[in-house]
Design a protein around this ligand. Structure first.
Ligand SMILES: [Zn+2]
Length: 181
């Protein structure tokens, strides 16, 4: 994977090995977000069965949905904004009791739980999730997903999924065949 044109990730309290994991996660995030953006291009007639299944699972969009084009374009806009933020900003990562980040941040600080740092795929997932809050103003909707990729009760509908941070993160990972942890 080429070294992304990403600015460095600043350390606050995390040790060097965790910092290195975050830098890897940031580069992997950029690559996965780019791939997802290309997959969702309007003129992409070759979207695969697996890609459609991921859109259905995380955004409740069906193949025969007449709005699939505009809905995919909106998801793509959020994905591109997230990628741009990770690429262009210096993000500071600190340990948090839970994963969190400010919406539309000017400080570019992300808090990640320590349990992410023993599971690289989980770290990647929440790095993308939190970056989408920071740079695409996504929200945590009722349909926030658990680790099995199923919706927590009461679940999401098509409208609430559209701006849901974990729908974005899980779709992006699915389009790059990264398993959820
Ligand atoms: Zn969140």
């Amino acid at each position: 994977m080429p070294v992304a044109a990403m600015r460095s990730i600043a350390q606050l309290r995390i040790p060097p090995n965790a910092l290195a994991m975050c830098q890897t996660a940031a580069q992997d995030a950029i690559a996965a977000l780019r791939k997802a953006s290309q997959t969702l291009k309007e003129d992409n007639a070759n979207i695969s069965y697996d890609d459609l299944a991921a859109l259905q699972r995380y955004y409740l969009i069906n193949e025969d949905d007449p709005e699939i084009g505009p809905r995919a374009a909106e998801i793509r806009r959020l994905i591109k904004a997230t990628k741009q933020g990770i690429t262009n900003q210096q993000i500071t990562v600190d340990y948090g009791h839970y994963n969190s980040a400010q919406r539309n941040t000017r400080t570019h600080v992300m808090y990640l739980g320590r349990d992410n740092f023993t599971r690289p795929n989980r770290l990647l997932r929440y790095f993308i999730h939190e970056a989408s809050h920071m740079y695409a103003n996504t929200d945590d909707m009722a349909g926030y997903l658990n680790n099995n990729g199923t919706y927590r009760n009461p679940g999401v509908n098509q409208q609430s999924a559209a701006n849901n941070a974990d729908s974005l993160a899980c779709l992006v990972l699915a389009l790059s065949f990264v398993a959820l942890e």
